[in-house]
Design a protein around this ligand. Structure first.
Ligand SMILES: *Cc1c(COP(=O)(O)O)cnc(C)c1O
Length: 357
C-alpha cells in the first residue's frame, strides 16, 4: 500500500491498530465465526463492546457521577436538533464561531427563542469572540470548542453561569476536559474518535426533562440513556471501530499523553508557517487550534497555491486543501496523525520554499 501522510479534516485518519482490529472483526468477531456486522446486537459479545466503549469514554475523559454517555446515529448535525429539543424552553444563546455553530443555532431558532450572543463573522471567523456578557436567564449557552473549518479553538473550559453545551466534534479526546463544567458535550466521531456513522453525547442526567414540548422518542436523550444506546439497532461497525480507537488512546497514555503530542505537532507546523516566506496562518494566534491548522499563500504568492498542492501530493500529503470558505490549505492533526507526518509536511514546505522563493 502507498505510504501517505493523511491530514484530512474528516472522516479522519485512525490508528492502524484500530483499523487492523476492524479487519479481523469483519472476518470473525471474537471467535463467534460471524463478522461483526452480522452479529445480533442483543448478544453478550456485542453488549460487551458497548459496555467497554462507554467505560472507556468515562475513564478517558474522567466523566463524573451523574453523567451518561450515549451513542447515536445522525452525526453531530442531528445533535444540533437534539440540543434544542431537549434543552430549549425559554431562551438560548449560541456563540457564533463558524459554519457549524451557525447550523446549530439554526435548528434552535426553528424551535424557539435562540440568538447569537457574539460572532466573529466580521473577520471570516478567524478568531474567538471574547468578553461578551452571559445573561443569567438562559436555558443554555452553546459553544463550538473547535472550529474545524477556520482553525480556531476554545482551549479552556469556560466558567459559565448558565448550563454550558459544547459541540466538541473536532477536538474531543485531544485534551483533558473538565466535564463537570458542561451540561452536555457532543461530537460526531469521525473527526477524532472513530469513523463516521456515530455521534457521542455526554449528558448531565439531572438537566434533562425540563422542557414542556413533546419529544419524539428517537430525539429524547432519556430514551437512549434508559436503553443504553440500544433503543434501536446501533451503528455497530462504527461503534466497534470507535471502541478500538479508544483502546489505542488508552494504550498510549490517554488524553494527557496525546495532548502533549498534539501540542508539539501543532507547534511544529505553526512554527514553519510563521517562518516560511511563502505561507501565512489565517487564525488569530491566541486562538489557534491544535487540531486544524489553516494557512494560505503569503501576500503576492497566491499563484503558488495549486503548485504547492500538486507538490505536496507528489510527496504523499493527503487532504491539505483548505475548506472553500477559507481557501488555501488546512492540515488536520487529529490524534492518530503522528509527529512524523507533521515533520514530512514541514519538510515539504521547506523544499517548496527553496524552489520558489
Ligand atoms: C464536522 C463537524 C460537524 C458535523 O458533523 P456531522 O457528523 O457530519 O454531522 C459539526 N460540528 C463540528 C465542529 C464539525 O467539525
Amino acid at each position: 500500500m502507498k505510504k501517505v501522510h493523511n491530514f484530512t479534516a474528516g472522516p479522519c485518519v485512525l490508528p492502524q491498530q484500530a483499523i487492523d482490529a476492524a479487519i479481523e472483526a469483519l472476518k470473525d468477531f471474537k471467535g463467534t465465526g460471524v463478522p461483526v456486522v452480522s452479529i445480533s446486537h442483543r448478544t453478550k459479545e456485542w453488549e460487551d463492546v458497548m459496555n467497554e466503549c462507554r467505560a472507556l469514554w468515562k475513564e478517558l475523559l474522567g466523566i463524573p457521577e451523574g453523567y451518561e454517555v450515549v451513542f447515536l446515529g445522525g452525526g453531530a448535525s442531528l445533535q444540533f436538533l437534539y440540543v434544542a429539543m431537549n434543552f430549549l424552553e425559554n431562551k438560548a444563546a449560541y456563540l457564533d464561531t463558524g459554519v457549524w455553530a451557525h447550523k446549530a443555532l439554526k435548528e434552535a431558532k426553528g424551535l424557539g427563542n435562540a440568538y447569537a450572543i457574539a460572532s466573529s463573522e466580521d473577520k471570516n471567523y478567524s478568531y474567538i469572540p471574547k468578553g461578551f456578557e452571559i445573561p443569567a436567564d438562559l436555558d443554555y449557552l452553546h459553544i463550538t470548542t473547535n472550529n474545524t473549518i477556520y482553525g480556531t479553538e476554545i482551549k479552556e473550559d469556560l466558567d459559565c453561569p448558565v448550563p454550558l453545551i459544547a459541540d466538541m466534534s473536532s477536538d474531543i479526546l485531544s485534551r483533558k476536559v473538565d466535564v463537570s463544567k458542561y451540561t452536555l458535550i457532543y461530537a460526531g466521531a469521525q473527526k477524532n474518535a472513530g469513523p463516521a456513522g456515530v455521534a457521542v453525547a455526554i449528558i448531565k442526567k439531572d438537566a434533562l426533562g425540563k422542557v414542556t414540548r413533546y419529544l419524539p422518542t428517537m430525539l429524547d436523550y432519556r430514551v437512549h440513556i434508559d436503553k443504553e444506546s440500544m433503543f434501536n439497532t446501533p451503528p455497530v461497525f462504527s461503534i466497534f471501530l470507535m471502541n478500538e480507537t479508544l483502546k489505542w488512546l488508552k494504550g498510549i497514555g490517554g488524553v494527557e499523553a496525546i495532548h502533549e503530542i498534539n501540542v508539539r505537532k501543532a507547534e511544529t507546523l505553526y512554527a514553519e508557517i510563521d517562518r516560511n516566506s511563502l505561507f501565512q496562518g489565517t487564525a488569530a494566534k491566541e486562538d489557534r487550534s491544535i487540531m486544524n491548522i489553516c494557512f494560505v499563500p503569503a501576500p503576492g504568492k497566491e499563484d503558488l497555491k495549486d503548485a504547492f498542492l500538486a507538490f505536496a501530493k507528489e510527496r504523499g500529503m493527503v487532504g491539505i486543501k483548505g475548506h472553500r470558505s477559507v481557501g488555501g490549505f488546512r492540515a488536520s492533526l487529529y490524534n492518530a496523525c503522528t509527529q512524523e507526518d507533521v515533520d514530512a509536511l514541514v519538510e515539504c514546505m521547506k523544499e517548496f520554499e527553496a524552489l520558489n522563493a
